[in-house]
Design a binder for this molecule. Structure first.
Ligand code: NDP
Length: 277
């Protein structure tokens, strides 16, 4: 396994296990540099969203890096505001225009919205069938959203991007997704901006034991669970360090210790279980 490692999604498309997230990155040099530094450091996967308002700068960073487009995996997401009838495809096209890309690798529904989720999925299916996106998936789905969606979907989502970190390890949902062939991707893997996950004493002890940072231990834990992970940073050194996770392995016992850190699960965002379909 190395920084270029990928896994196969249920439609055969390969997704890099590690990506750069750009939530809260400003639509200016901050995002342009983060994306360029990540690509220079070997990342091949960038995760943005229409709602982050920085797709234009993501596109600039990609172009400045000089990378061959085909070697890069780019994800963006349909905004809640664009989930109304007839709005979804316009939302997708706006993202493509801002990114200045001909196609996306992955397009996701950002949140389930009661009464609008199925129609939005149908729009994503249409976009997929048009060949302008290589894979389609969802974010923030709980089991009941899949149960409802899969009754009418022609295409099974390739992936579920969910809040997931050692204080919210979501073992039942991950097992459920695995069973139906849907990959899981961790958002806020480091506990998000302004969180206190990196101060967790058990994680600190493991970081010392392995001679790594707490962030590296967490990201390695994701990979060893088979979870795709997309840490965000705007600092070049951290972007590099967050990718230096392919030269050590957490023991099975330490994996279990970290899995068990969520006895009192802590969420940054809404629990999708409480959102209707
Ligand atoms: P992360 O868990 O990635 O944490 C980001 C925070 O950690 C920032 O404050 C960053 O600071 C800091 N950080 C990064 N690396 C290190 C390090 N090595 N040591 C110390 N601090 C570090 O949070 P995000 O919420 O950004 O989640 C990651 C990505 O997931 C997002 O960027 C976005 O792409 C996606 N996401 C998706 C959501 C969804 O609903 N689908 C919701 C939220 C996020 P700094 O930048 O200053 O280095």
């Amino acid at each position: 396994m190395d920084i270029c490692s990928t896994r196969k999604l249920n439609n055969g498309v390969e997704i890099p296990d590690l990506g750069l997230g750009v939530f809260r990155c400003k639509d200016n040099e901050e995002t342009v540099n983060a994306v360029r530094w990540a690509i220079e450091a070997g990342y091949r996967h960038i995760d943005t969203a229409a709602i982050y308002g920085n797709e234009k700068s993501v596109g600039q960073g990609i172009r400045q890096s000089g990378i061959d487009r085909k070697k890069l995996f780019v994800t963006t997401k349909l905004r809640i505001e664009d989930m109304g009838p007839g709005e979804q495809i316009k939302g997708f096209e706006k993202s493509l225009n801002l990114l200045q890309l001909d196609y996306l690798d992955l397009y996701l529904i950002h949140w389930p919205v009661p009464g609008k989720t199925l129609a939005s999925w149908k729009a994503l299916e249409e976009i997929y069938q048009s060949g302008r996106v290589r894979a389609i998936g969802v974010c923030n789905f709980a089991e009941h959203h899949f149960d409802a969606l899969l009754r009418d979907a022609k295409i099974v989502p390739v992936l579920n991007q969910i809040e997931l970190h050692p204080h919210l390890s979501l073992q039942p949902l991950v097992a459920y997704c695995e069973k139906i062939g849907i990959a899981c991707e961790a958002w806020s893997p480091l506990g998000g901006t302004g969180g206190n996950l990196l101060d967790d004493p058990v994680l600190k002890k493991n970081a010392e034991k392995y001679g790594k940072s707490v962030a590296q231990v967490i990201l390695r834990w994701d990979l060893q669970r088979g979870i795709i992970t997309i840490p965000k940073s705007t600092h070049q050194e951290r972007i590099k360090a967050n990718a230096d996770i392919f030269n050590f392995e957490l023991s099975a016992a330490d994996m279990k210790v970290i899995n068990d850190l969520d006895q009192n699960p802590q969420r940054i965002s809404r629990d999708p279980k409480n959102i209707g379909f």
